[in-house]
Design a binder for this molecule. Structure first.
Ligand SMILES: Nc1ncnc2c1ncn2[C@@H]1O[C@H](COP(=O)(O)OP(=O)(O)OP(=O)(O)O)[C@@H](O)[C@H]1O
Length: 255
C-alpha cells in the first residue's frame, strides 16, 4: 500500500500552522522514522495519517484513496501500551478481530500466531498488569498487527522503556517488520533509534513543521545492535543529530 501525503498542513489555532506543506511518498514495505525537536508536529503527523485528526490543508492518500478517518488497514501503537486491563493478553490481541466478527476458531489461531511472533504465547492467559513495560508494548504491537494493517504507525513506542529493553524492542520491531512486510512509520525523539530502524529518516523543522530533510539510511538490511558502532552508522547519526539541533536552534532564534 502506497502512502502519499500531499501538501499536508494542520492548524489547531487559525493562522498558526503546526504542520505545513508536507509532501511525502512511502512505498509499500518502507520503514520511515520521523524525528524532530519537541513540538515540531511529529505526533500530529502520525495522527493525521491515522485519520484521528483532520488536516486543514492537503490530503493523506492510501493507494490513491483519501483518508477521512481511522481504518483497519492502519494499526497504531502509542508510547504507553494502553491495553485493556480487564482482558487477558490473548483477549487484548483478539479485540480487533472480535470487532471484525472473525469466527472463534480462526481468531484463536490468528492470536496464537501473533503471540508466537512477539514471543509471548506463554503469557496468553495473563492480565496486562502482570507484564513488564516491554512485554506490554509487544502485546500492543501484536494487537495492532492483528487486523493485518498495511501501515503500522508507531508513536514513540519505546520512549518509556529502559535502555536495554528499548534495544531489545528495536531488534524485535525490525524483525516483525521483516517478517510481516507491512509499511512502518515511526515517530521518535531518539536519533540513534531512528537511524537503526529506518530505511529513511525524515527530519521535521519547527514552527511550522516541514520536511527539512529526507535521508536514505544506507546500512545493511539485516542490521544488528553491533552496527550502531559502525563508522557509517555513527556518521549518519551525527548528521541527523546536527540537523535536528540546527532546526531547533533556528526555531529558538525566531521566538
Ligand atoms: N489537540 C491539539 N490542540 C491544540 N494544539 C495542539 C494539539 N495537538 C498538538 N498541538 C500543538 O501542536 C504542536 C505539535 O505537537 P506534537 O505533539 O505533534 O509535537 P511533537 O513533535 O510530537 O512533540 P513531542 O516530541 O514533544 O511529543 C505543539 O505546539 C502542540 O501544542
Amino acid at each position: 500500500m502506497t502512502l502519499r501525503l500531499e501538501g499536508l498542513g494542520k492548524e489547531f489555532v487559525p493562522g498558526l500552522p503546526v504542520l505545513e506543506g508536507i509532501d511525502l511518498t512511502v512505498e509499500p514495505g518502507g520503514f520511515v522514522c520521523v524525528v524532530g525537536a519537541s513540538g515540531s508536529g511529529k505526533s500530529t503527523l502520525l495522527s493525521l495519517i491515522a485519520g484521528l485528526t483532520r488536516p486543514t490543508a492537503g490530503r493523506v492518500l492510501l493507494d490513491g484513496q483519501e483518508v477521512t478517518g481511522p481504518g483497519p488497514e492502519r494499526g497504531l501503537v502509542f508510547q504507553t501500551a494502553s491495553l485493556y486491563p480487564w482482558r487477558t493478553v490473548a483477549g487484548n490481541v483478539a479485540f480487533g478481530l472480535e470487532a471484525m466478527g472473525m469466527p472463534r476458531a480462526r481468531r484463536d489461531a490468528r492470536v496464537a500466531g501473533l503471540l508466537d511472533e512477539v514471543g509471548l504465547r506463554h503469557l496468553a492467559g495473563a492480565l496486562p498488569g502482570r507484564l513488564s513495560g516491554g512485554q506490554q508494548q509487544r502485546v500492543a504491537i501484536a494487537r495492532a498487527l492483528a487486523c493485518s494493517p498495511r501501515v503500522l504507525l508507531l508513536d514513540e513506542p519505546f520512549g518509556a522503556l529502559d535502555v536495554q529493553t528499548k534495544e531489545d524492542m528495536q531488534v524485535f520491531v525490525r524483525q516483525v517488520w521483516r517478517d510481516v512486510g507491512t509499511t512502518v512509520i515511526m515517530v521518535t525523539h531518539d536519533v540513534e533509534e531512528a537511524v537503526f530502524l529506518g530505511r529513511r529518516v525524515i527530519v521535521l523543522s519547527c514552527d511550522p513543521g516541514r520536511v527539512a530533510r529526507d535521508l536514505a539510511v544506507d546500512l545493511p538490511a539485516d542490521r544488528t545492535l553491533a552496527d550502531k558502532r559502525s563508522t557509517a552508522f555513527l556518521a549518519l547519526r551525527v548528521e541527523v543529530e546536527d540537523l535536528v539541533r540546527a532546526e531547533h536552534r533556528a526555531h529558538q532564534a525566531r521566538v
